[in-house]
Write a protein that binds this ligand. Structure first.
Ligand code: A3P
Length: 331
């Protein structure tokens, strides 16, 4: 006889299996497979499994911190920073887990974990998680103003996000896959009309931005570019927001700068683990994918899109961004 957990897991799977074929679809980018339009956002199949499991079964804890991002907006960097901030009393420089593990191994990705653990989709032993889900797709248990779970969202110029995603796609795609002949123009068209994985990019950031205005104690919105240029200021704000503010003494001792240096692109990308390591992720039951660590570190610069996109492409993305900024009042 099936256990209650088994039947509830089967039920969630059945819902998504019957739902997915009905949804509009587009070509996915990274791991082969289509993306599907669910309530305004484009997700791979396993993400929809995970999303439904989270909506039904996720139980937030009061001190949970959720790092939300569109892929390639700075997730790896923010994972390293948040992990270092909240664990700074625990690890000294020598034994620090970031020296031997990629940030993605230390901060679990919620929807992939949920897709393989649908009845208990809370990764064990952690209160720091990440997600690429759009704000309206998050479980109500997390969004609710009665939950004290905090959300950090990192935004990045979409031109650089697109270029970064494109490089990542080229590194990770299976060579024999149908997406191997996916041209820059095709990817650009898909991204700019909003039909990219986890997109539309502009609706993704707009959801979190509006939530950060409505619930400033719950949602923290930071730009990748600002973190690069004013790191100390923003890392201090970030630490305060997640409930681990730097004391005056720590500031005097240079603890903020130490964390910034430790999590810098130069430091992390030159670690052996990030040059040659990899990790395996269960995307869905019975389906594992190997992720190579160096794919998360390319240039880490502002404005690299000018080296890869035509003037016209850049103008198109800038115009969409400006229109969205005007719509939501972001300057
Ligand atoms: P580029 O491809 O423009 O270099 P994500 O972590 O969301 O997948 O995003 C990856 C992007 O963040 C890549 O951008 C990567 O180089 C950059 N990145 C990774 N670690 C970083 C760090 N410590 N500081 C700044 N940028 C970083």
């Amino acid at each position: 006889m099936a256990s209650p957990n088994q039947s509830s897991s089967d039920e969630a799977k059945t819902i998504s299996e019957t739902l997915i074929p009905e949804l509009p679809r587009e070509r996915g980018w990274v791991v082969d497979g289509d993306i599907h339009l669910l309530n305004g956002f484009w997700y791979p199949k396993w993400v929809i499994h995970g999303l439904l499991a989270l909506q039904h079964h996720f139980k937030p804890h009061p001190n949970d911190v959720l790092l939300a991002s569109y892929p390639k907006a700075g997730t790896t960097w923010l994972k390293a920073l948040l992990f270092s901030i909240v664990n700074r009393a625990k690890y000294n420089g020598i034994m620090h887990p970031l020296l031997t593990s990629n940030p993605h191994e230390l901060v679990p990705w919620l929807e992939t974990y949920a897709s393989t653990n649908p009845t208990n989709p809370r990764p064990p032993d952690s209160f720091l998680f990440s997600t690429h889900l759009a704000y309206p797709s998050l479980p109500e248990q997390i969004r609710s103003s009665s939950s004290s779970c905090r959300i950090v969202y990192v935004f990045r110029d979409p031109k650089d996000v697109f270029v970064s995603f494109r490089h990542y796609h080229n590194k990770l795609r299976p060579k024999e896959s149908s997406s191997s002949s996916f041209s820059l123009q095709e990817a650009f068209d898909q991204f700019s009309r909003g039909a990219s994985p986890f997109g539309p990019y502009w609706d993704h950031f707009a959801g979190y931005y509006k939530a950060s205005i409505q619930f400033p104690n719950k949602v923290f919105f930071v730009r990748y570019e600002d973190l690069k240029t004013e790191a100390v200021f923003h890392v201090k704000r970030l630490a305060e927001f997640v409930g681990w503010p730097f004391s005056e003494e720590e500031e005097k001792e240079g603890a903020v700068q130490k964390i910034i240096d430790f999590c810098s692109f130069e430091k992390l990308s030159n670690l052996e683990v990030n040059k040659n390591g990899s990790f395996i992720r269960n995307l869905e039951t019975g389906r594992m994918a190997r992720f190579i660590n160096h794919a998360y570190f390319r240039k880490g610069e502002i404005g690299d899109s000018k080296n890869h996109l035509s003037e016209e492409m850049r103008e198109i993305l800038d115009q969409i961004t400006q229109d969205k900024f005007n719509e939501i009042g972001l300057i």
